[in-house]
Design a protein around this ligand. Structure first.
Ligand code: ZN
Length: 350
């Protein structure tokens, strides 16, 4: 079997799921060169943006004249602290089951600059964002009702993100949601079977074979994982030691994570010379004080783009009904990203 030609199914050990890879469908060679999109440059300050400093938010609250990172409670929170507890089971054998849930949702603005993105921010500024994430993870996680903290960034209109102002969200809640539950379980099973952390073993394997590496830093790597579903999906993982949460990062590791995020972001933007849309999420230790042996801090990046700034991959048809599928291999996608300029195209790269 030739992984770069023959149709095969790849196993995702984090989820225990499979992805179908059909590389022969990429018939004509394609090096990633496409027409440059027409992008309208953003202003550093937008008077209509509810995240810019000094502007009024819809809840009637005015943002302070913040200078770096700014955090506040989401005005349209999905989870609320005062939701009454409750459970309902209706229908035959309780088929229609529902549980009430409490939580708290926060918004983290990365910068007062409306026109910036993480990929164009300096390392110390990205480190500041990471340290605010860490503080929020700890303070929300310390609340009695909170057992899980999900930090994520939704970037780009194509991802349904209505505001280009650089920001992330934090949803903290009572339950541990399905995807992290599955990943924690798989990592635990691996640890019990082999006595080592799955993602640490995986990261070290990738630093040896280098086939899927996009960027290797002092403590972290960015790779297109072997089992990637989205064409340019990426995973950031530490490879020197087992790290379970942002709380365990040393200053040096925080800097390395910041640089890895920046480098991945630059390659993404340079690929189609556009502000690359994606959903990024940080998976780390739940805050329910339970042990999760073998679990590792990692960042998932799921970008929707396929061939250009406007051609998106759709998960439809067979993928909705059966399993995800891709044409371009993870190795090819990694090679394309790795060989791009490490300087952002807006700053003379490419
Ligand atoms: Zn994960």
């Amino acid at each position: 079997m030739d992984l770069q030609f023959d149709t095969h199914n790849r196993y995702n050990p984090l989820l225990g799921e499979w992805v179908k890879v059909s590389p022969h469908r990429t018939k004509r060679p394609w090096n990633g060169q496409v027409e440059k999109p027409h992008e309208t440059a953003l202003e550093a300050y937008d008077p209509t943006c509810y995240l810019c400093p000094n502007n009024l938010r819809s809840g009637g609250i005015r943002n302070p004249d913040y200078q770096d990172v700014y955090v506040f409670d989401n005005d349209f929170a999905s989870l609320l602290e005062d939701t009454p507890s409750g459970e309902q089971k209706n229908g035959p054998h309780g088929l229609l089951t529902a549980h009430a849930e409490k939580g708290r949702c926060r918004v983290v603005c990365f910068s007062p600059r409306h026109d910036l993105t993480l990929s164009r921010m300096e390392i110390p500024s990205i480190m500041q964002v990471i340290s605010v994430w860490k503080h929020e993870y700890e303070s929300l996680g310390a609340l009695q009702m909170i057992n899980y903290v999900q930090i994520f960034e939704n970037r780009g209109a194509i991802m349904g993100c209505s505001n280009p102002h650089p920001h992330s969200q934090i949803w903290s809640e009572e339950i541990i949601p399905d995807i992290p539950t599955k990943e924690l379980q798989k990592q635990k099973e691996y640890y019990q079977q082999y006595g080592s952390a799955m993602l640490l073993d995986y990261a070290r394997y990738e630093t040896d074979c280098k086939e899927r590496i996009i960027h290797q830093d002092a403590h972290f790597i960015a790779v297109v994982p072997f089992w990637a579903v989205w064409p340019f999906e990426a995973l950031i993982i530490p490879f020197r030691r087992g790290i379970q949460s942002l709380s365990e990062l040393t200053a040096e590791e925080t800097e390395s994570l910041a640089r890895t995020m920046q480098q991945l972001g630059i390659r993404y933007d340079n690929l189609f010379e556009t502000s690359f849309p994606y959903s990024m999420g940080i998976h780390q230790l739940p805050t329910d004080a339970q042990p999760y042996p073998g679990s590792m801090l990692h960042l998932h990046y799921f970008p929707p783009l396929l061939r250009s700034a406007s051609v998106k991959k759709f998960m439809v048809g067979y993928e909705m009904m059966a399993m995800p599928q891709r044409d371009i291999t993870a190795e090819k996608a990694a090679q394309m990203l790795r060989t791009l300029n490490s300087v952002h195209y807006s700053q003379g790269g490419n």
